[in-house]
Write a new protein. Structure first.
Lengths: 335, 413, 287
């Protein structure tokens, strides 16, 4: 109710932003700090996938290559140069952007399921390299003992490290939000809605897609870097295709094209995994699978998307800003 | 959402303060939090769920019962709890869960932890938190090498034991020429290296060795290649595990390679794998195991107790976890405290003799448990007298030969 | 060498059967069925259960299990898939992904993760002399049956009226509808048929492969690559690509074992970059 009134007042956006920030800062007080950091990292990862899926119309099934690739790169920088971890994370993000350039260049020519499959293929190749190049990556054993160096500050406590890692995640989310709201983002949305028309209007569609792909990869890389420093290791799990699948799952759960929905999906799935680990119920697939099916059958807008839809339909008249924030309707329409 | 957020914040702050208030007072007591907590962290839902999984928790509980029965009122701690968590085969879940078990569940020791990447992650946490970690499930020798630390112990088996025992003994038995197939990841690569070294040392030759995709369901290429190699291998050494192993053995039998004079030796074989294939499919296959439930009276007696509790026969991993839990509790008893440094001191160099660990010592330099291992052979079904009795022990490999003879110089505790 | 090529074809037979089912389903419904691997697994478990609980041998299982699972597929289509087909294909992609997770873990709950024992049928225990070399009889049987199956499907598709409608609807859905043919009537049976094919492959796999809950999940990613290489929705393409990928991976194992793990993906990437709709696919089917 309060939310509806807030939304109606037109300042809902700001209040939600404040609420979100408060939630982000309060998280390690409410739940176990390492889990809180996982949620933050996955939230940014999900946002990066949503940037492609929800705003450019590209379903990447290979984003694990960027998340995991950056985890290795960040870890290697921190491990071998002893540089403070923010430098290492930045290095990881730059590395993934560079990695995304050729992959994106070759992939964006395809669309739909073909794009998903070819990104998956590239991610599998990265997985293969990480598995084979044991001297550097540690192979199956993973890259262990990544330090949390920051000018001699003691960050070994996960509670404090959460606040050291959070700025990266927030900066990443802010960047994603800026991209979506920029003229560049509007072009992406138009490409998603109708690539042919965008092309006819004179936009170099593939170049826009490539730029979006690289930006998205850099965000995923930032998230992966924070994750690897937070856990102190990088593993093959990070570059495996199930990781890509999990990020997509979070986006769907939260709501495609909502950007912040991914954070809710991330919170839910990470918490669920954490809970199931000690619940004594081994068949996690039954629960995650059911959630999936229920969301797909009943809440196709996802959690955030459904909530926003309810708010918007109750409110009259809609402000222009909110109409712009509802770019996902066409997903529900027949192909 | 905002309101509950702040409320939660306040509540959490309150709890934290309360926790801090209670903290310093607890420093002096012999048993932290007034109880000893054993935590089993392993794979309860993935591919290792049947070799250790939830049954291992039962084995650890049996160790607690036996310990309490032995010491009664004299036990160093009145309360002993067993907690568990499922790492779902993901190192990052192992990492967060290990922190949570030590921090929030007051775990004094973490047990099991299969897959090397997860084991290394937990070892790092154990080192940082100065808490004991006894790994059973991981095979990597790096756990007592580059990745070793003061609080981490490796208990039961490793790739050296698996590969060296089988490689050396089968070669000495007359199968000089080997063809090795191994899954292309760290475990397989380690096994291939150790196996080859052991074979050469024993006077044999590795004719060829091939990496295979992982996971893989079609091994025909390698099996067809085997008899045509020059010189013809007398034995195929496979480092596959679980479902891949089952695939390989089924196909090995289809090509009737045993009739063509090409035997089979397996790097890592679990009781559950033999059950899957039926013992005839593997009859005559040799491998090294750390324990077998029907090897002698002592192990049999324990296996019967386990069977009475769970209705199943224990795998070697479950027995190893029982022994690890029991020896941890014994160390607490000897030192009179669950303080990690004291427990480590009590465990280092300690000689152990229980139903699992025979002629055993925990080597002080690298925290590796040295104990007798067994060269075993799968029996044909005609010799199987009762369910799950698939194996006969051919030879005991003495503790001094079963594991690395010298600690890895890369290990600095 | 010849023997190795033959072995590649046997491996390819499984890819081809699975890819064929996936392809007709995709063509008719536009559904990328991620649960296909789970139905392959259920086929193998069906054979195991038939033997273990009812004492029915391999041959009966081969006749019985695929139609049963096909019916299950029909029910599934009627209840759920149908509601999602008018929407973005993404939703069925996700629905079937969730379904695969559930099926896999239900089986895991009942039978554990270890493989279940399943013997080869006695009639096919020996080896067959194929002139140039001898080969295990069962594998020869698998190849022969799969080829026969693919040929039979091909004949049905090309020689019967039903087949022509299905093929037309698969390869040019809009045009077929435009001609006033009621494609909708054939959607459900085709889905059931695709599932039955997966189950058929599963029963065939039981005697020679590890029967465990993960057997389908391990395979399905490769089969997807196969379908994409052949061209989604192209019936001939998926069968041809199935056998080709089987050959390539067998020879890859032989000559470049270190690379074999990703050979299929390299192949897929190359094909897609060269022909964005796959070898036999049609560009406009996906725009």
């Amino acid at each position: 109710m309060i939310l509806t009134r807030l939304a109606r007042s037109g300042r809902g956006g700001w209040l939600l932003l404040v609420a979100g920030l408060v939630a982000a800062f309060a998280l390690p007080w409410l739940i176990y700090p390492p889990v809180a950091l996982d949620i933050a990292c996955w939230a940014l990862f999900a946002a990066s996938v949503d940037l492609l899926l929800g705003f450019t119309g590209l379903l990447s099934f290979g984003h694990a290559a960027f998340w995991g690739g950056s985890a290795y790169c960040t870890g290697l920088i921190a491990l071998h140069t002893g540089m403070p971890f923010p430098v290492a994370i930045a290095g990881g993000a730059v590395f993934t952007a560079l990695l995304a350039l050729p992959i994106g260049f070759l992939s964006v020519r395809l669309s739909g399921i073909y794009f998903a499959m070819v990104t998956l293929a590239f991610a599998q190749m990265i997985y293969f390299v990480a598995n084979q190049w044991r001297d550097v990556t540690g192979g199956e054993n993973g890259l262990q003992g990544i330090p949390r160096e920051l000018f001699g500050l003691d960050l070994s406590d996960s509670f404090f490290f959460y606040y050291a890692g959070l700025p990266f995640v927030l900066a990443g989310l802010f960047a994603a939000w800026r991209i979506v709201r920029s003229p560049f983002g509007r072009v992406l949305v138009s490409i998603r809605a109708n690539p042919d028309r965008a092309r006819a209007l004179g936009y170099p569609v593939d170049r826009y897609k490539l730029q979006a792909f690289v930006l998205s990869a850099a965000l995923a890389g930032t998230a992966g870097g924070v994750f690897s420093v937070g856990h102190g290791f990088a593993s093959l799990e990070g570059v495996y295709w199930t990781t890509s699948g999990q990020a997509v799952m979070m986006v769907i759960l939260g709501g495609i094209g909502t950007l912040w929905g991914g954070a809710i999906g991330a919170a839910l799935i990470v918490q669920l995994q954490d809970f199931l680990a000690t619940a004594g119920f081994a068949e996690t697939g039954i629960i995650t699978g059911t959630i999936f099916i229920v969301v797909v059958l009943l809440f196709r807008r996802g959690i955030w998307g459904t909530a926003r839809h309810l708010l918007i339909t109750r409110r009259t008249p809609a402000t222009p800003a909110d109409v712009a924030a509802e770019p996902k309707k066409s997903v529900d329409t027949p192909v | 959402m905002r309101v509950t957020g702040w409320g939660g914040c306040l509540a959490a702050t309150g709890l934290l303060l309360a926790g801090c208030g209670g903290g310093p007072g607890g420093g002096d007591e012999k048993i932290s939090d007034g109880k000893v907590v054993l935590a089993v962290l392993n794979d309860q839902s993935g591919i290792y769920a049947d070799t250790s999984g939830r049954q291992t928790i039962e084995a650890v509980k049996m160790a607690v019962t036996d310990f309490q029965a032995k010491y009664g009122d004299k036990a160093a701690s009145k309360t002993i709890e067993v907690k568990d968590a499922d790492h779902q085969n993901k190192p990052e879940i192992a990492n967060s869960k290990a922190q949570e078990l030590y921090d929030r569940q007051q775990a004094d020791v973490i047990l099991d932890v299969p897959t090397s990447s997860a084991a290394f992650a937990v070892a790092t946490i154990a080192k940082n938190k100065k808490k004991v970690f006894i790994d059973v499930g991981a095979a990597s020798t790096e756990l007592e090498g580059k990745q070793c630390n003061k609080y981490t112990f490796h208990y039961g088996y490793n790739s050296y034991m698996l590969a060296h025992g089988t490689g050396a003994e089968v070669t000495k038995d007359g199968s000089k020429n080997w063809y090795i197939v191994y899954p292309d990841y760290a475990f397989g690569q380690d096994m291939q290296k150790t196996f080859s070294a052991a074979i050469k040392e024993a006077g044999g030759t590795v004719v060829a060795s091939d990496p295979t995709p992982f996971p893989n369901d079609n091994f025909s290429t390698f099996l067809l290649k085997a008899p045509n190699l020059d010189p013809k291998p007398q034995v195929i050494g496979t480092m596959q595990a679980g479902g891949d192993l089952v695939n390989l053995v089924k196909q090995y039998n289809e090509y009737k390679l045993r009739d063509k004079g090409v035997g089979l030796a397996v790097g890592l074989l679990a009781l559950s794998d033999i059950h899957s294939l039926g013992s005839d499919a593997l009859a005559g296959t040799r491998y090294t195991d750390m324990w077998y439930w029907n090897a002698d009276e002592k192990s049999r007696a324990w296996a019967d107790k386990f069977h009475a509790k769970t209705g199943k026969r224990p795998t070697a991993n479950m027995a190893a976890n029982y022994s690890a839990a029991l020896q941890y509790l014994e160390a607490v008893q000897r030192g009179g405290t669950d303080n990690s440094d004291e427990v480590v001191k009590q465990l280092e160099g300690h000689k152990i003799e229980d139903m699992f660990a025979r002629n055993a010592t925990i080597r002080a330099q690298d925290h590796l448990l040295l104990h007798d291992a067994y060269l075993s052979e799968v029996k044909p079904s005609s010799e199987v007298k009762e369910p799950y009795d698939y194996v006969k022990v051919l030879k005991t490999i003495p503790a001094s030969e079963a594991f690395q003879p010298r600690p890895d110089p890369a290990c600095r505790l | 060498m010849l023997q190795q090529a033959f072995n590649g074809l046997v491996g390819g037979a499984f890819y081809a059967l699975l890819a064929l089912g996936l392809s007709v389903i995709f063509g008719m419904l536009g559904v990328v069925n991620l649960a296909h691997g789970a139905f392959y697994m259920l086929g193998a478990f069906g054979a195991f259960i038939a033997l273990d609980a009812f004492g029915l041998n391999f041959w009966i299982a081969l006749l019985l299990v695929p139609p049963l699972l096909g019916v299950a597929g029909i029910v599934l289509e009627r209840l759920f898939i149908r509601r999602l087909t008018p929407l973005d294909p993404l939703y069925n992609f996700l629905f079937t992904f969730g379904l695969a997770l559930i099926l896999q873990d239900l089986v895991k709950r009942e039978y554990g993760v270890s493989s279940q024992p399943y013997p080869r049928p006695q009639e096919l225990d020996g080896t067959v002399d194929l002139g140039l070399f001898t080969y295990p009889a069962y594998q020869v049987f698998v190849l022969a049956v799969s080829v026969l199956m693919c040929v039979a499907v091909w004949l049905v598709l090309t020689r019967t009226r039903v087949g022509m409608i299905v093929r037309a609807a698969t390869e040019r859905p809009e045009l077929t509808r435009g001609l006033g043919i009621d494609v909708g009537r054939w959607v459900t049976p085709v889905f059931g048929f695709g599932i039955a094919l997966a189950a058929f492959a599963g029963v065939l796999a039981a005697p020679m492969r590890a029967v465990n809950p993960l057997m389908g999940a391990d395979l399905i990613i490769t089969v997807f690559a196969v379908v994409v290489i052949g061209g989604l929705g192209s019936v001939f393409g998926s069968v041809a690509a199935g056998f080709a990928v089987g050959l390539v991976s067998a020879l890859g194992n032989l000559y470049v074992p270190a690379l074999s793990q990703i050979l299929v993906f390299i192949l897929m990437a190359v094909v897609l970059l060269w022909r964005p709709a796959g070898l036999f696919g049609r560009e406009e089917a996906f725009r």
